[in-house]
Design a binder for this molecule. Structure first.
Ligand SMILES: [Zn+2]
Length: 431
């Protein structure tokens, strides 16, 4: 009954107060979700295991209970995709009628058999001397087109590093062929055989459609994968408890995202479309967030709140968190202004040397100009549980974590309602 009257008050006045948020986001709900995600039953949520599938099913079920819609009306909260690892078997190639050493050709493909010539419609491009080989190569792979890339022979020593691009490819019917060559004759032929292994993955994505600004998106996210079951920690020490529960990393961020979905559904005043995403495969290379981010026109994404490790006190104590890349947009200032009258503080990232802004799941969209930030409290330089089996539910400060989630809810109200729009990341100074 109480809740009903409260909602009525929010709906009639249109103003969300700190008191409303406090009533709508409860400690017990935060605890329930956090406890479930970090339980031994989820087996540490390692990518490509049954444990992570259980976690995905749990998140999807919660999205359903919350009443979220599916992305693009796909009918499923699971956003499925695959990574491919092509294993090289054989190759023959020629350039201008002269046959090439197989070491001078790298074929990045998801096809077991590829046979192409200059008549196959591949776009031919060059990586010239002085360019950044890795950056240029990744650019062509990300473009998802068929390319033949002539690589200048000044890269002879590092050319073989391009084979690393084959360790994980988003499944595609496009191929990129790199050829190390001093000249660029008009004719060529390349035939290659690979053994193809496909690895299925899934993000969990739910949508709360905007009332008027449907094509303006605001994203809330966290990664739900962790390290799984291991006998030893990173330093080679044998673990007595072999399940890495990842209660803080990042069951905490995922919990926050799920609780915020419930909250915004109840408040029901989002003029912009809200997207709630649990990312897979963060710990093995950020593939989930990368795949997810590519589904958007970055110009339509107004803000991204990625939430990562908020289960402990920040270096400033309770009621505070930091925002990575704080100075790159005015989003942090907007959020803080909405917290006036509360004792909560958002700080700039105190660990800039860790490069968290470019290392976390917000990075793909941030690099495209989106005000996409990660909110965290981890004392990353001294965190005793980081990537250890001891990152367990018992270490989580549920009370403080609930306050952080409430602060995100309250501080984002102008962005969610469409009244406030953060400035974009200046992409010209990105590396
Ligand atoms: Zn993490």
């Amino acid at each position: 009954m109480k809740k009903y009257f409260l909602l009525l008050a929010v709906l009639t006045t249109g103003v969300v107060t700190a008191q409303d948020v406090e009533k709508l986001i409860s400690k017990s709900e935060v605890e329930r979700i956090e406890k479930t995600l970090s339980s031994d039953e989820m087996e540490g949520r390692r990518t490509f295991t049954k444990g992570i599938d259980k976690a995905a099913a749990f998140i999807a079920e919660e999205f359903k209970k919350t009443g979220l819609q599916t992305w693009n009306n796909s009918g499923s909260y699971l956003q499925q995709f695959a990574m491919v690892r092509p294993k090289f078997i054989s190759l023959t190639a020629s350039l201008g009628g002269v046959s090439l050493d197989s070491r001078d050709v790298v074929v990045v493909t998801c096809q077991p058999d590829i046979n192409i010539t200059e008549k196959s419609g591949y776009e031919k491009v060059k990586i010239a001397a002085g360019a950044n080989l890795g950056t240029e190569a990744r650019k062509y792979l990300a473009a998802n087109k068929n390319y033949v890339v002539i690589v200048d022979t000044s890269f002879a020593k590092t050319f073989s590093t391009l084979t690393r691009m084959k360790s994980n490819i988003f499944k595609t019917d496009k191929s990129v062929v790199f050829i190390l060559a001093a000249t660029d004759p008009a004719t060529y032929s390349v035939s290659a055989k690979h053994e193809i292994t496909e690895m299925p993955l899934a993000n969990v994505v739910g949508v709360l459609p905007g009332k008027s600004k449907k094509n303006e998106y605001v994203i809330f996210s966290g990664h739900y994968d962790h390290l799984g079951i291991m006998g030893k920690d990173r330093n080679g020490n044998v673990q007595t408890d072999s399940i890495f529960n990842g209660a803080n990393d990042d069951a905490a961020g995922t919990t926050a995202m799920m609780v915020l979905a419930q909250y915004f559904k109840k408040v029901n005043n989002n003029e912009r479309t809200l997207i709630f995403a649990a990312f897979t495969a963060e710990e093995v290379g950020g593939f989930g967030a990368t795949y997810f981010s590519r589904q958007f026109d970055p110009a339509q994404v107004m803000a991204m709140f990625n939430i990562e490790m908020i289960g402990s006190e920040s270096k400033w104590g309770k009621n505070s968190a930091f925002i990575t890349g704080y100075e790159k947009t005015d989003m942090g200032k907007i959020l803080q202004a909405n917290l006036a009258g509360t004792d909560f503080m958002f700080h700039p990232d105190p660990y800039p040397e860790q490069q968290l802004f470019y290392r976390s799941d917000n990075a793909t969209l941030a690099r495209l100009g989106v005000p996409a930030h990660t909110i965290s409290t981890t004392k990353i330089d001294v965190d005793p549980y980081y990537h250890k089996a001891s990152d367990e539910f018992s270490t989580i400060d549920i009370d403080n974590m609930t306050r952080i989630i409430r602060a995100i809810a309250l501080s984002s109200k102008g962005i969610v309602s469409g009244k406030e729009t953060p400035t974009r990341v200046n992409t010209s100074d990105l590396r």
